[in-house]
Design a protein around this ligand. Structure first.
Ligand code: AMP
Length: 500
């Protein structure tokens, strides 16, 4: 049996699948090019048998054909982030045990040395592909499909492994809840190493036979131009993007504002997720676009779990009810169901839930209770709708829709020659959700500016993990266990009472 995603594409062969900077491509083009890439990857073998294939390609047609090519060859796709510096890329490549790297020529200088050092096969997307397509393997739904690296409460990011059947369940749940059809046209502005961009936008669109317009990167002006001129039906983004679009709308002249707003009213649905949507942003966006944003909640490990309704009343500040095929419960610290109107941890069970953290059986086991995945998020149910209250761990920060680990950033900062001790916290911020703030104790006589810290940090960490605020103190207050009392630190940073 072949993958349904691929089989379905045959029904839409003549329709446009992808519009990108490289041009317009039909589902037939996508099927053919991905089969050529699969042939190249197989290189005479029958099946990649879950070999990990890391790839670094900007958003566009080549990204999609590579993803599908890996799947069709029986490999596990591992999309890397275009904004990551070498240490982050190297970590994911080494941790996943990838045997092949595929790179866009723009990233050749970055990735080729890693491939050489590790003895990995290296393929450039500019290679000429053969027209002789080989027999492709039957890829069963129970096979591993994707590894996405995500930050957790412990040190380095972990590889979240999803099976083809998990992806299919995540996609069909959303396609049915949000009524995707082949007439949809969506603008894709999200990163393609994260579930939001890969599943909710790209794979849902391709499952439905819809058209996906891909921008190589987010640019508020260009997004507005596409909203005005592309007859879009759908748009999905993180709250930070809506804030940037609001700012661009506000700085436009009256005539342009009218066109921008008109472009939005033609759409059938606009969605926000991956981080809490501030009510002020929701209200401002409604004034500008006429859309009451549909807010949903999900996670790399589980796909989407909760959503406001497509039809019917959406509540500001709430993430709605469980999506089709998803069970959600709230429990206390003893895993007992909480009483009505009482906060509890969100736990999720669904066919979309991931298989495992790559080669981390203990971490995988620790994240499940009786088959329920423990999200680490706190919520309460009010009038049948879920409202998120925050996270169990202060060490998880959500900034611009990205999940980052305070502990991972701290361990990198501690390698700086001028930093003796540090604590990283997330400070509430309207534009970014949370701002990454480093509270530092410097070595005696040490002098460090935020600018210098950021230059140093960007060489070692993904840009969104690099602190945007820095405070130097004489010492960090720790509790009896030796842990920095971060809740207290955040309070002091916010009310200005931090003793320097
Ligand atoms: P990620 O795996 O990067 O998608 O991050 C998942 C985390 O993002 C969740 O565990 C939540 O903490 C957070 N999150 C996702 N959607 C929302 C939302 N609508 N409101 C608040 N937090 C959210």
């Amino acid at each position: 049996m072949n993958l349904q995603l691929i089989e379905r594409a045959k029904k839409y062969e003549k329709s446009i699948a992808i519009v990108a900077s490289e041009g317009k491509f039909t589902y037939q083009n996508l099927l053919r090019s991905s089969a050529q890439i699969a042939t190249l990857l197989l290189d005479g073998k029958e099946d990649l048998q879950e070999q990990r294939v890391a790839f670094l390609i900007p958003s566009g047609f080549q990204y999609v054909t590579t993803l599908w090519g890996i799947w069709r060859a029986g490999g596990i796709a591992m999309p890397l982030c275009v904004a990551h510096p070498r240490p982050e890329l190297e970590y994911a490549i080494a941790d996943s045990g990838a045997s092949i790297i595929i790179a866009h020529p723009d990233f050749a200088a970055l990735l080729h040395p890693i491939a050489i050092e590790r003895g990995l096969r290296f393929i450039l997307t500019s290679e000429i592909l053969s027209d002789n397509i080989c027999a492709l393997p039957d890829v069963d739904l129970t096979r591993r499909a994707l590894i996405l690296y995500t930050s957790g409460t412990t040190g380095k990011p972990k590889g979240v492994v999803t099976l083809h059947q998990n992806i299919q369940a995540q996609v069909t749940s959303l396609v049915s809840a949000w009524e995707w059809t082949s007439s949809d046209r969506i603008l894709h502005v999200l990163p393609l190493h994260h579930i939001h961009g890969i599943i909710n936008v790209l794979t849902c669109a391709l499952w439905a036979g819809a058209e996906c317009l891909m921008l190589p990167k987010f640019d508020a002006k260009i997004v507005w131009e596409r909203i005005i001129d592309s007859n879009l039906t759908l748009f999905m983004a993180v709250p930070t993007i809506y804030v940037k679009l609001i700012n661009a709308w506000e700085s436009a002249d009256f005539e342009l504002q009218q066109k921008m707003s008109q472009g939005c009213t033609q759409m059938r649905l606009m969605v926000s997720g991956s981080a809490a949507l501030p009510v002020q942003v929701l209200e401002k966006w409604q004034q500008i676009s006429g859309h009451f944003l549909l807010e949903r909640y999900g996670m790399t490990e589980i796909g989407m779990a909760l959503s406001n309704p497509l039809h019917g009343e959406r509540l500001a500040g709430y993430v709605g009810k469980p999506l089709p095929e998803v069970e959600v419960r709230l429990v206390d610290e003893n895993d007992n169901l909480v009483l009505a109107d009482t906060p509890g941890e969100v736990q999720v069970k669904s066919p979309g839930v991931f298989l495992e953290y790559w080669q981390k059986p203990e971490a995988t086991a620790a994240s499940f209770r009786d088959g329920w995945f423990c999200t680490g998020d706190l919520a309460v149910v009010e009038n049948d709708n879920y409202r998120l209250l925050g996270r169990l761990s202060v060490d998880i920060i959500k900034t611009g829709g990205y999940k980052v680990s305070a502990l991972e950033i701290e361990s990198v900062l501690l390698t700086h020659p001028l930093i003796q001790d540090c604590a990283v916290v997330g400070l509430p911020n309207l534009e970014w959700g949370e701002q990454v703030c480093a509270v530092l104790v410097l070595v005696p006589g040490g002098d460090l500016t935020l600018e210098l810290l950021r230059i140093w940090g960007k060489e070692r960490l993904a840009i969104y993990k690099v602190p945007t605020r820095m405070v130097v103190v004489n010492e960090l207050t720790r509790n009896a266990m030796g842990k920095v009392t971060k809740g207290e630190l955040v309070r002091q940073l916010q009310d200005g009472s931090l003793v320097k």
